[in-house]
Ligand binder design. Structure first.
Ligand code: IMP
Ligand code: MG
Length: 186
């Protein structure tokens, strides 16, 4: 199945790419429901704060919270990396900070994709400095073979090897976030 071909009114012409379906709506929905079930069981007696990493995790977080059977606070954070990702993780900065104290809370970072792991490593260190009771990670897509730093993903949705993906909140040059499935950009 292909999408994003010429004439697609949702995508500006200069950014039209060939897209190949990787994860269907059904596969994503089953995955999100499973993750929500695991999280609901593990955090039943905790003070859960979900921290969605903008912008890519916004659709995932929105679907995930509607499957939770326990209370959770919802926060967002946004980071930006400057320079070449491969050179250093020291060039990551927070551009939108969480807006609630995290002291004593059980923080669960909600990420779209873990690739090299550099963003997540930065985020975990940053959030730990706010003295939460715990910091864990839930990622919709894990590109394990691309990892450059060892970071623990506690709740993993889907796995893939190489390739650049879009859809379900995930972008290429700010395009394709609204697609309901996940595609590989060829
Ligand atoms: P990392 O720091 O290399 O792990 O990069 C993780 C971040 O890079 C993700 O949260 C995404 O925002 C972005 N990213 C990594 N791979 C992709 C992709 O295939 N499509 C879109 N964004 C990606
Ligand atoms: Mg991201």
């Amino acid at each position: 199945m292909a999408a994003g071909a010429g004439g697609d009114p949702l995508v500006s012409d200069s950014l039209v790419k060939e897209l190949t379906l990787l994860f269907s709506k059904e596969e994503i929905a089953e995955t999100v429901a499973r993750l929500a079930q695991e999280i609901s069981a593990d955090y039943a007696d905790k003070s859960l704060v979900l921290i969605g990493v903008l912008k890519g995790a916004f659709v995932f977080l929105a679907d995930l919270v509607r499957h939770l059977t326990i209370p959770a606070q919802i926060e967002f954070i946004r980071i930006a990396s400057y320079g070449s990702k491969k050179e250093s993780s020291g060039e990551i900065i927070v551009t939108k900070e969480v807006e609630t104290p995290l002291e004593g809370k059980d923080v669960l970072v909600i990420e779209d994709i873990v690739d090299t792991g550099l963003s997540l490593q930065f985020l975990i260190d940053h959030l730990r400095s706010k003295n939460p009771a715990s910091v864990k990670v839930c990622a919709l897509v894990d590109k394990r073979s691309r990892r450059e730093v060892a970071v623990q993903v506690d709740y993993t949705g889907l796995t893939m090897d190489d390739g650049f993906i879009v859809g379900y909140g995930i972008d290429f040059n700010e395009q394709y976030r609204a697609l309901p499935e996940i595609f590989v950009v060829d």
